[in-house]
Write a protein that binds this ligand. Structure first.
Ligand code: AMP
Length: 193
């Protein structure tokens, strides 16, 4: 199995690049943001609870997202690989993911970390807010809170995986296709011959 974490701050292009990577490599795409928005759209209890955090730009509690990922892994026993997008976002989530994968005799293969300057991130998210249905992209205060959460709780996740030599950092500015080619080159360097 090839298990990829596409890592980076909000607005770094994880969603855009995930779609292209899934199409090329045929992995299962697991985006906790998408899963949470689906729960909200279906007005479930979990969705209702998550919405309060999302609307404030705060992370949803670890146990909620870890539970969702555990169920998604169990629901895809024959996957040739998973692309984790927007997860893990805390060190506790990273440790839980490692344990879930170890339970299936697998592990994270590679972490690709997209790097984009702070003001470029804010500009991209505000721009996305003009056309998307995401309320958390429309308010600059919420955007800044999400970036703060990233710096305080999420950035360390790259350091956690760097200890195991699993992280490649990729410049996330430039054309979508150039960034995609950089990601593909790192993945192909890790693919078994
Ligand atoms: P995203 O679509 O990945 O930008 O996620 C949107 C929002 O969902 C985030 O700002 C968080 O409130 C919440 N969220 C998504 N993934 C996670 C996660 N792994 N841990 C905690 N909260 C999350």
């Amino acid at each position: 199995m090839f298990n990829l974490i596409l890592f980076g701050p909000p607005g770094s292009g994880k969603g855009t690049q995930s779609e292209k990577l899934i199409e090329k490599f045929g992995w299962i795409h697991l985006s906790t943001g998408d899963l949470l928005r689906k729960e909200i759209a279906n007005a479930t209890q979990l969705g209702l609870e998550a919405k309060a955090f999302i609307d404030k730009g705060q992370l949803v509690p670890d146990e909620v997202v870890i539970g969702m990922i555990g169920s998604a892994l169990d629901a895809n026993p024959n996957a040739k690989g998973f692309l984790f997008d927007g997860f893990p976002r805390t060190e506790a989530q990273a440790e839980a993911l490692d344990a879930l994968l170890a339970g299936k005799g697998s592990e994270i293969t590679l972490v690709l970390a997209l790097e984009v300057g702070e003001e470029e991130l804010v500009a991209r998210l505000l721009n996305r807010g003009l056309t998307s249905s995401r309320s958390d992209d429309r308010d600059e205060n919420v955007i800044r809170k999400r970036l703060q959460e990233y710096h305080n709780k999420t950035a360390i996740v790259a350091d956690y995986y760097a200890k195991f030599g699993k992280v490649a950092r990729i410049k996330g500015e430039g054309t979508i296709d150039d960034i995609f080619q950089s990601l593909v080159a790192e993945i192909e360097a890790k693919q078994p011959a």
